[in-house]
Design a binder for this molecule. Structure first.
Ligand code: ADP
Ligand code: MG
Length: 253
């Protein structure tokens, strides 16, 4: 296996505070890699840097061996690296199918501009994009929701739609930041099953921040543990859970 994402000695300072501090890790192509750690460990900040939403203070980030440090989100997006975003308020009145058809160009944030049509796709037949959306709905087994307004979906259904939106792009690595929060067990199971199928059947690599340890154990191998802005250890979840240093980081003082 080869690394699709490499983070080397990356730091991010906010004022004098090191949110991420000399962090080195890699994500292997084809893996579902977990990222866990106590609140404030720097996980989301690291994701923001990998996705191009935040520039590192120092260090290097590579995708496929190519230096992408400090490149904006749309450059990472065009390399197939993206994080999911909540459905923007502006699109909550639109149907699930319409939301899939609005493929984000620049994933800067949850604004109207983050979900505009990609230039390369504008010229394409709407019918073809519609067919792709139908295929995504079929894959995710949510065809029955196609005409539902996005705003009416449950928390878990929204997460499925967010996952579906990544399938409308040429995503290769998808970053998921705590998607299980507030999702009921049934839909969580659907989400997990879809992540597994996207990984095994479509070759997606996933990088997953999650507090839900059952979900981590089911989906992720390896698991990386971050604490105080840096990597503490990386390994199989069974070893992680029995690691005294990890237990100390979570529960100690
Ligand atoms: P995690 O996702 O692991 O809970 P974060 O990456 O969100 O951690 O945050 C790491 C630390 O950096 C926290 O102490 C947080 O308060 C701080 N932090 C995050 N973003 C900013 C910011 N924009 N400005 C100042 N401090 C920040
Ligand atoms: Mg976070």
């Amino acid at each position: 296996m080869s690394a699709i994402i490499e983070v080397e000695s990356v730091s991010k300072r906010f004022g004098g505070f090191h949110a991420v501090d000399d962090c080195t890790l890699s994500v292997e192509e084809g893996s579902v890699t977990g990222l866990i750690g106590p609140n404030g460990a720097g996980k989301s900040t690291l994701f923001n840097m990998v996705a191009g939403n935040l520039a590192p203070t120092s260090g290097t980030i590579r995708v496929d061996g190519e230096d992408v440090t400090g490149l904006p989100a749309h450059s990472l997006f065009s390399r197939g690296v993206l994080r999911t975003f909540q459905i923007a308020h502006e699109f909550s009145h639109m149907s699930v199918t319409e939301n899939l058809m609005m493929v984000p160009e620049h994933q800067h944030g949850e604004s109207l501009f983050s979900a505009w049509l990609r230039p390369g796709r504008v010229a394409r037949e709407e019918a073809e994009i519609h067919r792709e959306a139908d295929e995504v709905l079929d894959f995710l087994k949510i065809t029955h929701l196609r005409n539902e307004r996005a705003g009416n979906l449950s928390g878990g259904q929204k997460k499925l739609l967010e996952l579906g939106r990544t399938m409308m792009t040429n995503a290769r690595v998808v970053l998921l930041d705590e998607i299980a929060a507030g999702v009921n067990r049934t839909l969580l199971n659907d989400l997990a099953a879809n992540i597994e199928r996207l990984n095994t059947e479509r070759g997606y690599t996933f990088f997953v921040i999650e507090h839900d340890m059952d979900l981590i154990a089911r989906l992720c191998d390896p698991v990386i543990v971050m604490a105080a802005g840096t990597v503490m250890t990386k390994g199989h979840i069974t070893d992680i859970q029995n690691n005294p240093a990890v237990i100390e980081a979570y529960f100690g003082g």
